[in-house]
Write a protein that binds this ligand. Structure first.
Ligand SMILES: *Cc1c(COP(=O)(O)O)cnc(C)c1O
Length: 360
């Protein structure tokens, strides 16, 4: 059996939607993009959606829209994908890494608050693996210290705390990369409830223009194509069903895996299982377990094997060699993720359970 870690699904409707756009002649930043922005924002209960070329440019645009720049610090987790930090560097600001909660793998509110300095401008938790970070706690900290709240929701479409969706606490970047919970091939979106921020985001994403060829601020080309948006609209229609399928797969793993520590869901949070990530026991050799499972045809993967603060690019910069984040560093040595995609079959799930239980 060969079971990949992710299996992007593109159906006939997506193909038809792309062909219609190609025939329409409106290929970029056209009506499908506007329709997708409205639908995606509405589904999350956010006021504005601003589509971008990918999740990385969504986060970069969000940093720019808040005027974050040289001299500013942004507090983020180090246990994430690199783009969480590169968007901060892209505006000339300094990423300040704080440790995670070892149960949820998400940024610890206490650690983040302890990392605040007079230069701190924003806090950007990541909803890692599809579980929302503790947003009420971050909202209170940001209010108390006068900071901007942002969210990296690249992995967390439709993730909730109670009945409130991610993307409604702060300025939020999403990704529609093929392996994410829904895709537009490449694509991203920023959600915000703030009218002024939305207006700046629209300008930043399109060369700083509000009126054509009249450039009020420095903007870039972060536009989404209408082919991408048309795919996104179809995928958004499938997302509820897919999310439920991911939850069902996770539930089956939760009850049947015996050898590893299964994901801890914070009370009131509704995980969307972008990844189903487990932890090996303290005495187990994670890399050997992963190697064995890979050899048995199961595409388990490590997200992420090296914390961002220990990446070569940060080690070469001033001030990061002395950063120590014990829970982050321990998690990078102990976690691995199992296939949890919506079309995983019962037979495949049985095989994964059997092999993981035998592997450590
Ligand atoms: C995927 C991802 C991004 C970047 O999104 P792209 O669409 O690949 O540019 C940013 N942050 C996190 C946490 C991600 O998983």
């Amino acid at each position: 059996m060969q079971i990949p870690i992710a299996k992007p699904f593109i159906g006939e409707e997506e193909k038809q939607a792309v062909v219609s756009v190609l025939s329409s002649g409106q290929l970029s930043q056209g009506p499908k993009v506007a329709e997708f922005e409205q639908a995606f924002a509405a589904r999350h209960g956010a006021k504005h959606g601003v589509a971008t070329s990918n999740g990385t440019t969504a986060l970069m645009a969000a940093m720019m829209a808040h005027g974050i720049g040289p001299g500013d610090e942004v507090i983020i987790p180090s246990f994430s994908f690199f783009a969480t930090a590169s968007c901060v560097l892209s505006v000339g600001a300094r990423p300040v890494f704080a440790d995670i909660n070892p149960d949820t793998f998400n940024l610890s509110p206490e650690a983040a608050e302890a990392a605040i300095t007079p230069r701190t401008k924003a806090i950007m938790p990541v909803h890692l693996y599809g579980q929302a970070a503790d947003m009420p706690a971050f909202e209170a900290i940001c209010r108390k210290h006068g900071l901007i709240l942002m969210e990296d929701a690249a992995q967390a479409h439709l993730s909730q705390i109670g009945d409130r969706y991610v993307g409604t606490w702060g300025t939020t970047g999403f990704s529609f990369y093929p392996t994410k919970n829904m895709t537009t091939t490449e694509g991203g979106m920023v959600l915000t409830n703030d009218d002024d921020t939305a207006q700046r985001l629209r300008m930043i994403r399109a060369q700083g223009m509000n009126v054509r060829y009249y450039h009020e601020i420095v903007g870039y080309n972060f536009r989404m194509t209408d082919m991408a948006a048309a795919i996104g609209l179809v995928q958004l229609g499938r997302l509820d069903g897919w999310t439920q399928a991911r939850r069902n797969n996770a539930q089956a793993y939760n009850t049947r895996l015996t050898s590893v520590k299964t994901p801890v869901v914070q009370s009131g949070h509704n995980h969307v299982y972008h990844q189903y990530t487990v932890r090996v026991p303290d005495d187990a050799d994670r890399d050997a377990v992963v190697k064995r499972l890979n050899e048995r045809g199961i595409g388990v993967r490590v997200y992420y094997p090296l914390p961002i603060h220990q990446q070569p690019v940060f080690q070469a910069m001033d001030g990061y060699k002395d950063v120590h984040l014990p829970e982050t560093e321990k998690a990078t040595r102990q976690v691995f993720s199992l296939p949890v995609y919506p079309t995983l079959t019962e037979e495949e799930l049985d095989y994964v359970v059997q092999e993981v239980n035998a592997a450590c």
